[in-house]
Design a protein around this ligand. Structure first.
Ligand code: BDR
Ligand code: CA
Length: 315
C-alpha cells in the first residue's frame, strides 16, 4: 500500500459512541483533523452531536463539529443504546458542554470543504447517510478527495444480524451509493478486522494507568463498553472498531489489505445489510482495499500514546 503522506487531513463522520471517541482522539493526534460531522446511529443525532462536542472539549480537539443526518436514506432509524448507553456515552461522568456546532448542514460543509481543498480523506465511522448524500448532490467530490476509509460491514460474522454489521445495517442503501460512486481509494475496516483490535480489561487498566482526565474518561468508557458487551454476548471482550478506519489512513502499515470487490445486500430477509466481499481467486474488478489483518500490539500502543498525548488538555 502506498504511504498516505506525513500528515493526512481527515474529515471524520461519526456517531459517538465509545469507539468513535477514541477514533477522534487518534485522528487528531495522528493526522490533521479538518472537521467532524455527525450522523444518527449509536444514539439519536442530538445525543451523538453533543457527544462529539464534549469529546472535542475533553481532548482539546479544535476541529469544528457539523450536525448531519438524523435518519437513514430509506430505512427506519435504529440505535445501539444497549452497547453505548442511553445517550451514547455511558460510563464516564460527562462535563458541562461549553461548545456549539459550527453548522447544521454537514453535507453542505463537506461539499464546500472538499471542493475548496483537494486531497482530504473522508473517514465515515457511523452509518453512511451523510457521505452518500454528498456524492449524490456533488458527484465531483469523488475525484477531489484523497480517498475514503470506512468502518462498516464484515467479511464474515455480523453483530446486529447474523451477517450484518451495525453501520451497514442502519443504512445499507447509503453504503451501496458510496461503494458504487467510483472513489479511487476506498479502505474497509469491517468486523473481521476490527475484532482483532481487542477491547478487554487489560486495555481499561492500561488507560487508567496513564492517569489524567482524558485517560480516566477513556478507561471509564471502556469499562462501561465491556459491561454492556458482557451483558449482550456473555464475555468481557469486544472489538475497538472505529479507530481501525483512522489507522487505515494515518498508520496504514499496521493493517494488511487486499483489493477486493465488495457489494451490499439490500434485499435479503436474513442478509440485508451484509457486505459481500468477493474473495475468490482470479482477476476481478475491485472497488475496495479490504483490511483483513491488524498488528494488534502496534495498534494498541499507538492508541495509548494518542490518549497519553491528550490526557490533560480538557478545558
Ligand atoms: C460500529 O457500530 C457502532 O456501534 C460502533 O461505533 C461502530 O462504528 C461497529 O459495528
Ligand atoms: Ca461508530
Amino acid at each position: 500500500m502506498a504511504p498516505t503522506g506525513e500528515c493526512p487531513r481527515l474529515i471524520v463522520d461519526c456517531d459517538p459512541g465509545h469507539d468513535d471517541t477514541l477514533a477522534l482522539v487518534l485522528a487528531d493526534v495522528r493526522g490533521e483533523l479538518v472537521g467532524v460531522t455527525t450522523v444518527g446511529g449509536n444514539a439519536p443525532l442530538v445525543d451523538v452531536t453533543r457527544n462529539a462536542l464534549l469529546v472535542g472539549q475533553m481532548y482539546g480537539i479544535d476541529a469544528p463539529v457539523h450536525r448531519g443526518a438524523a435518519r437513514p436514506l430509506v430505512a427506519e432509524p435504529r440505535n445501539a443504546l444497549h452497547i453505548h448507553g442511553t445517550h451514547g456515552l455511558a460510563g464516564p461522568v460527562l462535563p458541562e458542554l461549553e461548545r456549539a456546532v459550527a453548522s447544521d448542514d454537514a453535507v453542505e460543509w463537506i461539499i464546500e470543504t472538499t471542493r475548496a481543498d483537494e486531497g482530504i480523506w473522508l473517514v465515515p465511522i457511523g452509518p453512511m447517510t451523510n457521505i452518500a448524500t454528498v456524492f449524490r448532490l456533488a458527484p465531483d467530490v469523488v475525484d477531489r478527495i484523497a480517498g475514503l476509509s470506512f468502518m462498516g460491514g464484515s467479511a464474515d460474522v455480523g453483530n446486529h444480524g447474523p451477517v450484518s454489521e451495525f453501520n451497514t445495517l442502519v443504512d445499507p442503501e447509503a453504503l451501496h451509493i458510496v461503494l458504487t460512486a467510483g472513489v479511487a481509494d476506498v479502505r474497509m475496516a469491517g468486523l473481521d478486522l476490527t475484532h482483532q483490535f481487542v477491547v478487554d480489561d487489560a486495555l481499561e487498566a492500561d488507560l487508567r494507568a496513564i492517569g489524567g482526565t482524558g485517560a480516566v474518561f477513556a478507561a471509564d468508557m471502556v469499562g462501561a463498553y465491556l459491561d454492556n458487551v458482557e451483558g449482550w454476548v456473555g464475555r468481557r471482550r469486544g472489538g475497538l472498531h472505529d479507530p481501525c478506519a483512522v489507522l487505515a489512513v494515518t498508520d496504514p502499515d499496521v493493517i494488511s489489505f487486499t483489493d477486493r470487490h465488495v457489494g451490499v445486500e439490500l434485499r435479503g430477509e436474513l442478509t440485508r445489510g451484509m457486505t459481500v466481499v468477493d474473495r475468490r481467486p482470479g482477476d476481478r474488478e475491485t472497488n475496495v482495499r479490504h483490511g483483513h489483518t491488524l498488528d494488534h500490539d502496534r495498534a494498541r500502543s499507538i492508541l495509548l500514546d494518542a490518549v497519553r498525548a491528550r490526557t490533560g488538555v480538557s478545558s
